[in-house]
Every structure is written in structure tokens, then in C-alpha cells.
Design a protein around this ligand. Structure first.
Ligand code: GAL
Length: 431
């Protein structure tokens, strides 16, 4: 629902003034802003729209193209500042608390009570959607970022097993490059380079040290030799990527894997959704394993919807959407299309495909194995994320930048952007 400038959202954000709008009549339409525009993402959004229609509410779509929500977040900010906040929006990670703190988000405590979210959701999901005891977001699915996809036909053709170590990876890559197949699909979009890097960082360091770097923001830890090794691996992997790298959207890499132009691809498991949308079946034409060295870890990004309060005129429809997305049926149907796994603990893993089963079971092992994605907005605020992503991209594109220099640059950015209380570690903040 589009609202004229001057309603509560803009007032609260811009001047902190008190603004009152007359209540409007309850509506049966929700305007939903998101960044799901690939074939599988579109199908997943359509699935949600259909289920919402079953509840008598129409989904009015506001899709903003751009992987990882780079464009969508800018549009969302400007819509809120113009007083045209959507009714619902994909908004993920610590940003949920920041926006809730501004008083912009609808509290969903009644919905959570009705859906018994406290018991049914994974603890990490429960704490992500809560601020000071109030539920302020509705969870959709958990993506695993440290996923390596491989084309089963190509591996069978060369008699190769999927690689669990970097030595196996290099061995397989060498064999594919000999037969003229690109060993590793990759794009130069900044978020895609950084997505690859964060999996390498996890591979070298493990979840505890990864959190130290990105959640506790320990600037000195960035000088650690394990970080140097992850950076150097990022550059070394270029040898297995296409000769002519370009800023392609991630869906194009899914096509390359599907058509046997590339043998492997490291990407969040929305890639699985896209491969399925191209007619492939997980565990059959393609497989997923954890990125080498990360089998015991889950680098996660959790998709969530927030509801904007506006003048509270659309609360009933917004609550229907929130309740619906976390229900067992919708969780099963939506996540199967999207590539993610349910946010619920009461799932029978035997009903999941092999990729989803690995992801769900790894996540279920709890906080010690979980690492929040930097690039997919789980670890830090936007400013630090954007700064690190752009430094990583520069380092990847320009082989002349010494690794130690890049570490120094990241450490100073981390130091500069980390004031006290700016860490998102729940142990640090007591959230
Ligand atoms: C992630 C998001 C996923 C998927 C992906 C590619 O940030 O959580 O749902 O859309 O970006 O755009």
C-alpha cells in the first residue's frame, strides 16, 4: 500500500517528530518489496502470493532486480524516506533490529504466539527476529552459502569423486581444464566475488574465528596468517575460472553448470533453486557438497519479511502474511522451490532432497557450527559489509595489491567502523 509523504515512517526516520495519520480501512492487498527476480526466485515468490491469495489477501509485487538485494535495499530506504514504505519487505539480518529501533516495524508477537514460533523455530532464527523480547520479522528460509555445486554428468564422465579437500578440488579442476570445460563458474560482480571469499575464509578459519573477524570485529585478527591463506586461495582459484571473467548475474552461472560448460560452482544454495528451475534434479544431474574444509560448518543467510507499521490500517493482512510464511506447509513448499531449508525444527529430514538435508542437519547442530554470512547481511551492518566487499573485489581484480596490504586495509576499515556497541554478537550485546 503506497502512502503519501508525511506518514509515521518518514517522520520517525527523518526528524523523530510525532506524526498522526487518520486510521484507514483494513485492506486485502499487501505491497511486498523483495529482490527475487531469477526464474526460481520468481516461482518462490509466486508460490507465496498464491498461498496468500488462498487466505483472501492479494500480493502486490514490488520486485527490484539485483542479486543479493543490492538495489532493493536502496529502493527500500528511499521509499521509507518518501513515506511510501511497502506493507512488507525482504529485510534480513541485523538490519531488522536497526529498523525496528526506529519504530518502523510492526510487532508480530500475536502471530508468533499463534504459530508457536518460540518452540518451533531454530534458536538462531528466533533471536534474529526478536528485539527486546518483541517479534519484528517473519522467517522464510535458511540458505547455506558454503555450497559447492557440481555437474554430475561431467564428474561421472571423468570418473571423478566430488572434492572434499582443496587438493581434490585442484585435481578435478585440472582434469576438467584438460577437456576444455571451465572448472569453476564465477562472475566479477562484487557480491559474488565476496561470497566466494567468505566461504574460503570459513574454510581456513572455522566458525569461531570467522565470528571473531566479522561479528566481534576484532581488527587485529585480520592480520592472522589464516586470513592471508584465504585471500591467496581466492586469487589462485582464478586459474580455474573462465578466461574472460565478466559481471554476469548468478543465474548465468547456473546455466553454465546445467549445460556442462562449467563443472563446479560455489554459491549460496539459491543456486539449487535455479538449477531445479532449469529442469535439473538435485542428487541426480547435479550434486551439492560443502565447500572443501567447511563440512562441519554452516555459513548461513536467513531470509525474513518485515512489516511496516504505516498507519496500522493494513495490520490484519500483514499478520496473515507473517503467519502463513512460517507455517509447516508453506515452509515445505516455498523452500523446496527457493533452494533454502525450513526455519523450523519440526521437519522430517527424510522429506528433504539430499542438498537440503545436508544443510538442514548441519544447521540443526547449533550455534557452534553456524557462521553468519557477511555478504548476505547476517554478520555486520551495511557500511562494513560494503567496505569489505569492495576491498575484496579490488584485491581479486588487481594482482598487484599485496595480500598484507589488503589485510591492513580491511583491519583499518573494521577499526574505523567499529565503535563500542557496534558488534552484533548476541553474547556481546545481550540481545
Ligand atoms: C541472498 C538472498 C537470497 C537470494 C540471493 C541471490 O542475499 O538471501 O534469497 O535471493 O541473495 O539474490
Amino acid at each position: 500500500m503506497w502512502r503519501p509523504p508525511g506518514t509515521l515512517g518518514a517522520c520517525a526516520l527523518l526528524v523523530g517528530a510525532l506524526c498522526f495519520s487518520p486510521p484507514v480501512q483494513a485492506q486485502d492487498t499487501v505491497n511486498v518489496l523483495h529482490w527475487w527476480t531469477s526464474a526460481s526466485e520468481r516461482k518462490a515468490a509466486d508460490y507465496l502470493a498464491d498461498r496468500l491469495q488462498d487466505e483472501g489477501v492479494t500480493w502486490q509485487d514490488a520486485a527490484i532486480p539485483g542479486g543479493a538485494g543490492v538495489g532493493a535495499m536502496k529502493v527500500l530506504k528511499s521509499r521509507v524516506l518518501l513515506g511510501k514504505a511497502p506493507d512488507a519487505s525482504q529485510l534480513i539480518g541485523p538490519a531488522i533490529s536497526e529498523w525496528a529501533d526506529l519504530g518502523l516495524l510492526l510487532e508480530l508477537d500475536n502471530v508468533a504466539r499463534r504459530g508457536n514460533w518460540n518452540d518451533k523455530l531454530f534458536p538462531t532464527v528466533n533471536s534474529l527476529i526478536r528485539l527486546r523480547g518483541h517479534v519484528v520479522a517473519a522467517p522464510l528460509g535458511i540458505h547455506r552459502i558454503n555450497t559447492l555445486f557440481y555437474n554430475q554428468g561431467l564428474f561421472t564422465k571423468l570418473g571423478l569423486a566430488p572434492p572434499h579437500t582443496w587438493a581434490d578440488f585442484d585435481h578435478a579442476a585440472e582434469a576438467f581444464s584438460r577437456i576444455g570445460v571451465t572448472p569453476l563458474a564465477q562472475s566479477t560482480e562484487p557480491w559474488q566475488i565476496a561470497t566466494l571469499f567468505e566461504t574460503l575464509l570459513l574454510s581456513e578459519t572455522g566458525p569461531a574465528f570467522y565470528r571473531d573477524l566479522l561479528v566481534r570485529r576484532n581488527a587485529n585478527s585480520w592480520f592472522d596468517p589464516r586470513v592471508s591463506r584465504a585471500l591467496e586461495r581466492l586469487r589462485k582459484l582464478k586459474r580455474w575460472m573462465p578466461q574472460q571473467l565478466s559481471e554476469r548475474p548468478w543465474q548465468d552461472e547456473a546455466s553454465d553448470l546445467a549445460h556442462g560448460k562449467a563443472a563446479m560452482w560455489i554459491m549460496g544454495d539459491w543456486g539449487k533453486g535455479e538449477l531445479q528451475a532449469q529442469g535439473l534434479t538435485p542428487g541426480d544431474q547435479f550434486g551439492c557438497i560443502a565447500v572443501p574444509g567447511t563440512a562441519d560448518a554452516h555459513l548461513y543467510s536467513i531470509d525474513t519479511f518485515v512489516m511496516f507499521t504505516g498507519d496500522y490500517g493494513n495490520q490484519a493482512a500483514q499478520e496473515k502474511l507473517a503467519l502463513m510464511v512460517a507455517s509447516p506447509q508453506v515452509q515445505a513448499g516455498y523452500n523446496r522451490i527457493k533452494g533454502s531449508v525450513p526455519v523450523r525444527r519440526d521437519v522430517d529430514p527424510s522429506t528433504l532432497d539430499p542438498c537440503a538435508r545436508q544443510s538442514w542437519m548441519a544447521f540443526a547442530r547449533g550455534a557452534a557450527v553456524q557462521a553468519p554470512s557477511l555478504v548476505h547481511r547476517m554478520a555486520t551492518d551495511e557500511a562494513l559489509k560494503d567496505a569489505i566487499v569492495s576491498l575484496i573485489r579490488r584485491y581479486f581484480m588487481d594482482d598487484h595489491i599485496p595480500t598484507s596490504e589488503l589485510q591492513r586495509r580491511i583491519a583499518s576499515v573494521v577499526r574505523a567502523l567499529s565503535q563500542e556497541g557496534n558488534s552484533y554478537d548476541s553474547q556481546d550485546t545481550g540481545r
